[in-house]
Write a protein that binds this ligand. Structure first.
Ligand SMILES: C[S@@+](CC[C@H](N)C(=O)[O-])C[C@H]1O[C@@H](n2cnc3c(N)ncnc32)[C@H](O)[C@@H]1O
Length: 321
């Protein structure tokens, strides 16, 4: 299922069949009743499928991006009466769920950015088109990508690009940024993506063009842009807070489903669930991450790096069933 918007952009929910199957678990369509928390509602693609599939499910849909939230509200209109949406961050989930008086039977996190953000140059996530160097998913945030690029010192920028983006040329890029911004501060995505490509000695190719090995070439600025996006939106801290809220508020036998697109993020989810399983908080429903089948990757290249992990909250924390 796709999410067409008024300007023709789409966001295709990844691993949709697997999410549906693993949320339900042993329960059939009618017996899964209670509240599903979609902590990264986006355009509501996963949520719409789940509400359709499980008629007794109600939804609390949360997103930090009010623009996307309005698309989701329209999309979820057919389920009126079963849906509540909130403009909030995952780090605010604990407070939101403290006021809920029905059992939380599922928490879904489809992490990272939506195609509806990535494909809009004016949001500043894109290295392929020119736009303001913004990258804030939540407009309440004060710090945007331009302020990081123009204000952080060279060592901090290098660490960010290396640790959050996996960019091996992080030091070269950081040095080039600090040299260039002395002349003119960075304001636009294109100026930054061109400088990154030059500093890495990697000429710009059209995105997606196959290399000699048959692999798809990624844009040279991909890793640096990913690292900036993660810092602007404090994605690591948000994930930790979201996982804690899921542990705190899921009802016994409720399931946490987390889809990551970044190896560091997948590692955090894996360690959280494995540690919780040792302490008797979780049963691991997936021992290895679920990945997209080749057909899905062909239809939706974004699903290529998706990893889904699922844990079930134990009914008697501290004791194995
Ligand atoms: C990959 S999209 C979700 C797509 C959605 N599953 C669908 O099928 O339409 C991720 C969404 O999560 C939101 N998001 C990311 N981090 C968030 C956070 N910490 N708190 C709230 N929303 C967040 C983004 O704004 C984006 O809309």
């Amino acid at each position: 299922m796709t999410d067409p918007t008024s300007d023709g952009h789409v966001h295709i929910p990844v691993l949709a069949q697997e999410v549906t199957r693993l949320l339900g678990g042993r329960r059939d369509h009618d017996s899964l009743r209670g509240l599903l928390v979609d902590a990264t509602l986006g355009a509501g693609g996963h949520s719409a499928l789940l509400l359709e599939r499980f008629p007794r499910l109600r939804l609390l849909g949360v997103d930090q991006d009010p623009e996307i939230l309005s698309i989701a509200r329209e999309r979820l209109e057919p389920f009126q009466g079963r849906v509540r949406t909130e403009h909030a961050r995952m780090s605010e989930l604990d407070g939101l769920l403290a006021e809920v008086d029905e059992p939380v039977v599922g928490v879904l996190m489809d992490l990272g950015a939506s195609s509806l953000q990535l494909d809009r140059p004016e949001r500043g996530f894109s290295f392929s088109w020119d736009g303001p160097l913004d990258m804030r998913m939540d407009p309440r945030r004060e710090r945007d990508a331009a302020s990081i690029v123009n204000q952080w010192d060279e060592g901090d920028l290098a660490d960010l690009f290396f640790h959050e983006g996996g960019e091996r040329g992080a030091r070269k890029v950081a040095r080039a940024i600090v040299d260039a911004r002395r002349r003119v501060p960075f304001k636009r995505t294109r100026a930054l993506s061109e400088l990154v490509a030059i500093s890495l000695g990697r000429p710009l190719r059209p995105p997606g063009r196959p290399q000699g090995s048959g692999k798809v070439a990624i844009h040279p600025a991909t890793r640096v842009f990913q690292a900036l996006r993660r810092a602007v939106n404090e994605e690591a801290e948000e994930l930790e807070a979201g996982l804690r809220a899921a542990r705190e508020h899921l009802a016994p036998e409720g399931r946490l489903l987390a889809i990551s697109f970044h190896s560091g993020e997948d590692g955090v989810v894996k360690r959280f669930l494995a540690g919780g399983a040792r302490e008797g908080d979780w049963d691991l429903v997936t021992r290895r991450p679920v990945e997209a089948a080749p057909g899905e990757v062909r239809a939706n290249p974004r699903s290529r790096s998706a990893k889904l992990r699922v844990g079930e909250r134990l009914s008697q924390p501290g004791k194995r069933a």
